[in-house]
Design a protein around this ligand. Structure first.
Ligand code: FAD
Length: 404
């Protein structure tokens, strides 16, 4: 008889995990997936495109319903798991039903952070994490209204882009001195700011939110320097926090995320964590690629193969506000590293490569990211690039032609 395996969370990590497991050990486990969101797993990365009206809702499902059925998976979506009894090896759902497990995988993702300021709970103050948020934003994004997006990271910029395209008057308020500081250096961030401003978004850098003002609903955002920005709608995009409540209540070791070892196992044997809720070697990743790598390693282990997760090289390859952006590794550099810069401001193209000795340590690409994965391979492999250094900034095709 198949061993019961329960997965909590029906997000991106789970869809990949089930796919990898079914490929390797179909039938070995009786898999049940419990998901709080009332729908099949979807591509969360595409929520920005849905908000911007560029992709229809119908196109973001990761796998059709039949795909899950064909793999024998019991899908319980629209159900929240509320407790784990590890002695009895059962998961309890809201409503009281329980499910038995032999192995349990936590893939509960993250929650958006709400700034602890006065007025953060007023109607009109929203977050941007799931399809419910997108529906609420779309309903509120009426032409002519004013919105303030708090946070100039990826999510904030994506929300701003979607709103401005809907005819909303948008301002971004960002605490740091440049946009997307986790992915961009000062120069590429300045280029991005110019693009966004051209689209009609006002950007306030080095700006701290003091309060959200309003009577029955949000009306304005007050900054610490006293400025007041009109806001019928406020989007908080100030970061995420791993969803660890259930794990902590079960007594699992939780720091920022659910602590896992190189086998993705938590502090209790038989319980694993993958994706944004997991913390591995002190790192919680907020991107989909590490979640997929973890999903693959865990599936291989549960299929009886030898596999270890040693961490992921952080890389971001995306289109933000219509511009292609890529960054990976140590893209800021540090004492002892050197830089190669290439810029074609007329075309809106910029490249920065950071070298540690004769190895590529990091890269930022702005405008043209076609060579991003090639650079990422060089960073990951640690291959010496001294011999191709002269052509490196011009990309793969030119470098390989020169070398031939
Ligand atoms: C708008 C947006 C744009 C993004 N763009 C990018 C991008 O360009 N590139 C990139 O790499 N990443 C991007 N991300 C991040 C990416 O979506 C996440 O890294 C990825 O979804 C993580 O997968 P996960 O399975 O860990 O979490 P999730 O996909 O969040 O899935 C977790 C699921 O678990 C459910 N859940 C939680 N607790 C329970 C419970 N107790 N019971 C039942 N179900 C529960 C949640 O409801 C959720 O559906 C973006 C995210 C957003 C919101």
């Amino acid at each position: 008889m198949s061993e019961p395996l329960v997965v909590i969370g029906n997000g991106m990590a789970t869809a990949r995990f089930v796919d990898e497991l079914a490929t390797r050990a179909l039938g070995r486990y009786a898999v049940a997936v419990i998901g709080e969101e009332p729908r099949l797993a979807y591509n969360r990365v595409l929520l920005s495109s849905v908000l911007a009206g560029a992709v229809p809702l119908s196109e973001i499902e990761l796998k059709p319903s039949k795909w899950w059925t064909d793999r024998g998976v019991t899908l319980l979506y629209g159900h929240r798991a509320v407790a784990i009894d590890h002695d009895a090896r059962r998961v309890r759902l809201a409503g009281g039903a329980t499910l038995p497990y032999g192995h349990l995988v936590l893939a509960t993702g993250s929650k958006p952070i709400r700034l602890p300021v006065v007025g953060n709970d007023l109607p009109g103050v929203m977050t941007f994490r799931d399809l419910g948020d997108v529906a609420a934003l779309q309903a509120a994004a009426v032409k002519g209204t004013s919105a303030v997006v708090i946070g100039g990271g990826l999510l904030g910029l994506e929300a701003a882009y979607g709103l401005v395209r809907a005819g909303v008057d948008v301002a971004i308020v960002h605490l740091m001195d440049r946009l997307m500081e986790r992915q961009l250096d000062a120069r590429s961030a300045a280029m991005l700011k110019r693009v966004i401003e051209k689209q009609g978004v006002t950007v306030h850098l080095g700006a701290q939110t003091a309060a959200i003002r309003g009577g029955r609903r949000a009306e304005a955002v007050e900054l610490a320097d006293g400025r007041v920005l009109r806001a019928d709608l406020v989007v908080m995009a100030v970061g995420i926090r791993p969803n660890t409540e259930l794990a902590a209540d079960t007594g699992l070791n939780v720091d920022r995320g659910i602590v896992v070892d190189d086998g993705l196992q938590t502090s209790l044997a038989g319980i694993y964590a993958i994706g944004e809720c997991a913390e591995h070697r002190g790192v919680c990743y907020g991107l989909v690629e590490p979640a997929y790598e973890q999903a693959q390693v865990l599936a291989r282990r549960l299929a009886g193969q030898a596999a270890k997760y040693a961490g992921s090289v952080l890389a971001t390859n995306l289109k933000v506000s219509g511009v292609h952006v890529f960054s990976a590794g140590d893209f800021l550099g540090r004492p002892g590293t050197s830089e190669i810069l290439f810029s074609e401001s007329g075309l809106g193209i910029y490249r920065k490569l950071v070298l540690d000795g004769d190895r590529l340590a990091g890269a930022v690409l702005f405008g043209d990211t076609a060579d991003g994965l090639w650079y990422l391979d060089l960073i990951r492999s640690g291959a010496p690039v001294g011999g191709i250094r002269d052509g490196l900034a011009f990309g793969r095709a030119l470098t390989e032609r020169k070398a031939a």
